[in-house]
Design a protein around this ligand. Structure first.
Ligand SMILES: [Zn+2]
Length: 268
């Protein structure tokens, strides 16, 4: 349970004591910052460059909020969920995510989905270079070397279902941090159930039973078409294998790997 601690007395009696004020300071800061952005949105004319160049301001009556078009999945690489919540509520860390899902399935929502979290860092997928501006970041409590719990994945699937429906996010756009930053990142780890996600409509999986590799198939070009930044081909191959092969992340493409790439690239 969030914000709760176990207190022990005389070694015999234990009880749960809730501290609802644990994140009071952070919540106040959130509110202040959100208010500042709301004031920014209300400005007529908006003092951004394109408006400054205009001769006059005419407010249209027809508009909405921008929506995320990608979901990026991470593992926290930390020992406990509370540690991550603390990390994301300290200004000096400069990192955050929209959701943090604990091993016991608890879903922590930390940022309005319309706002930009700082989870992706520098990265690239296709021609998208500002991933934070177009994505929702989801962190799964996991030290980086262990399987994910079933209850945690069930919570994740619930969140993904709502995000996909609310924002009309394409099936292809549910990907991992390592996919968009292959040189820097290795999350989520090899135990992440990408195949199970794909079976639920979040990301693609492969079926190579009847796949015949065409002659002169260019696997690196296909990886680039899928979305990978292939400037560093070794890093790109490793990231692809972490996601779609999983049991082997050697930076070498076997014929079986190439068949997987061929099958996937036709879906993207
Ligand atoms: Zn990450």
């Amino acid at each position: 349970m969030m914000g709760c601690k176990t207190f022990f007395f005389t070694g015999l009696i234990a009880f749960w004591g809730c501290s609802p004020n644990l994140y009071k300071e952070a919540n106040r800061s959130y509110k202040q910052q959100a208010k500042a952005f709301a004031n920014e949105l209300k400005k007529q004319p908006a003092d951004i460059d394109s408006a400054m160049m205009a001769s006059q301001w005419v407010g249209t009556t027809n508009f909405g909020m921008r929506k995320p078009n990608f979901v990026i999945i991470h593992h926290t690489a930390q020992a406990a969920c509370d540690t991550t919540l603390k990390t994301f509520t300290l200004p000096r860390t400069q990192v955050s995510a929209h959701y943090v899902i604990c091993k016991d399935g608890t879903i922590n929502h930390m940022l309005n989905d319309y706002l930009r979290a700082w989870h992706a860092g520098s990265g690239k997928w296709g021609n998208v270079t500002d991933i934070n501006s177009v994505s929702i970041g989801i962190e799964l409590d996991n030290n980086g070397f262990e399987p994910f719990t079933e209850i945690q994945i069930n919570s994740l699937l619930q969140v993904l279902k709502k995000l996909k429906k609310d924002n009309n996010i394409p099936t292809a756009n549910f990907i991992g941090h390592a996919d968009i930053a292959p040189k820097r990142k290795v999350d989520p780890n090899k135990y992440f159930p990408w195949q199970q996600l794909a079976a639920n409509g979040f990301g693609y999986w492969h079926d190579t039973v009847n796949v015949k590799l065409p002659e002169n198939f260019d696997a690196m070009q296909a990886l680039r078409i899928i979305g990978y930044d292939t400037k560093d081909s070794i890093a790109a191959i490793r990231a692809f294998k972490l996601h779609f092969v999983q049991q082997d992340t050697e930076a070498k493409l076997t014929d079986a790997d190439k068949k997987i790439i061929y099958d996937l690239y036709r879906k993207y």
